[in-house]
Design a protein around this ligand. Structure first.
Ligand code: PLP
Length: 390
């Protein structure tokens, strides 16, 4: 059909054509390590040689990701952490400096401290809510500015356009991990970012089955660098996971819109509960960065993630997490059909230094919530029973 397709059509059909030979509606799963060549002279004439470099199934997922995130190209990895490692590796070397948010997924924080720092790279962990702090941390050798939006787990946000300008004025690249948002809510490449990181394990996959990650690049040069790193590191997603994530992605917008509605209802209910002292959700009028949420979140959709504190502090929070029953699950991961409660201090952010974790407000009783697609009345009923026991 002529003309630009709408987002809900793109998410289903983007990059996917029925198989030319069989008419199969889905891109086939090519489980083949290698691809035969017609002759030495015609090496790569069909586009494929070896699956660590290019695989037809994986390629289709990568083209779909680029389309949905408004990028030039994408590289898909085995996990979100492989994507993060590759984005940093593609932009920094020994002696370079990065300004990175002090509130991010714990694994990202650990990777910078325990892996890249000993290799001779330097990281300044900064509060990205204040662009002046980012500007002040820039150095002549700053090559990368690393934001996360909304940040895991505090949901803090930054003014992406202002941060992109600060990075570019200093000749650095800006990468944003937008895993919590998904392109349904936020497309950082539309706001000056050079790369977006997605843990595909979360909303893209959405069913607690597969891990995956992606770096989506705004321009060809950055894309070529990231693909080169992917080939050298050999951390490409396997074709089976690529095939599965290509299918689950089709329902991502439906899921995220539904999950966001549920999150808004739960946040509103929690805010009125006498045992709840604090609720953070970007859809609430009380959200401290509501202006930024409204500026950047598309279609007034604010996501599946929220967090809250209860009266009685860490002890009471821990009690609630121990008491919570189905349909909630106490575990790691987020963005899936199942509603999840996470004890960040011992799970997702246990690998941060304790003082850094407490400094940004991730206390031992911090309760992070990922709303699934179950009936919201059941979710609220179960929360209410658990809160009565605290
Ligand atoms: N980025 C964010 C915001 C995350 O929450 C996570 C994992 O929780 C990751 C990156 C890492 O993704 P993965 O677990 O797929 O390696």
């Amino acid at each position: 059909m002529e003309g630009e397709l709408k987002d809900d059509t793109k998410i289903v059909h983007g990059a996917v054509e029925p198989c030319e030979k069989t008419g199969a509606i889905l891109t086939p799963l090519f489980l083949s390590t290698t691809f035969t060549q017609e002759s030495v002279a015609k090496y790569l004439h069909r586009g494929f040689s070896y699956s660590r470099t290019q695989n037809p199934t994986t390629n289709t997922l990568e083209r779909k990701l680029a389309l949905l995130e408004n990028g030039f190209g994408a590289a898909a990895f085995g996990t979100g952490m492989a994507a993060t490692t590759s984005a940093i590796s593609a932009t920094m070397k020994n002696g370079d400096h990065c300004v990175i948010t002090d509130c991010s997924y714990g694994g990202t924080n650990r990777e910078c401290r325990e892996y890249f720092t000993p290799l001779g790279m330097e990281f300044s962990f900064v509060d990205f809510r204040d662009p002046e702090k980012v500007k002040a941390a820039m150095k002549p050798n700053t090559k990368l500015v690393f934001s996360e939006q909304p940040a895991n787990p505090l949901l803090s946000m930054c003014d992406l356009e202002v941060i992109s300008k600060i990075a570019h004025d200093a000749g650095a690249k800006h990468v944003c991990d937008a895993t919590f948002a998904t392109p349904v809510i936020l497309r950082p490449l539309d706001h000056g970012c050079d790369m977006v990181i997605q843990s595909l394990t979360k909303f893209y996959e959405g069913h607690n089955m597969m891990t995956g990650g992606a770096v989506i690049c705004k321009d060809e040069e950055m894309y070529a660098k990231v693909k080169h790193i992917q080939n050298m590191h050999g951390n490409i997603i396997n074709p089976f996971a690529a095939f599965m994530i290509m299918q689950t992605t089709k329902t991502m917008a439906l899921r995220v819109r539904h999950q966001s509605e549920t999150a808004m209802s739960i946040a509103t209910w929690l805010e009125a509960h006498p045992k709840v002292s604090k609720v953070f959700y970007p859809g609430l009028a009380s959200f401290p960065q509501k202006d930024i949420a409204d500026k950047y979140h598309r279609n007034n959709v604010h996501g599946a993630m929220l967090w809250f504190d209860i009266v009685g502090g860490s002890e009471a929070g821990t009690k609630l997490m121990n008491a919570i029953q189905r349909p909630w699950s106490l575990c790691e991961n987020l963005g899936a059909t199942e509603s999840i409660i996470t004890a960040c201090a011992v799970m997702t952010h246990a690998n941060m230094l304790k003082e850094d974790r407490l400094k940004v407000g991730i206390t031992d009783g911090f309760i992070r919530v990922s709303c699934g697609i179950e009936d919201k009345e059941d979710l609220i009923k179960s929360l209410s029973i658990a809160l009565d026991q605290c």
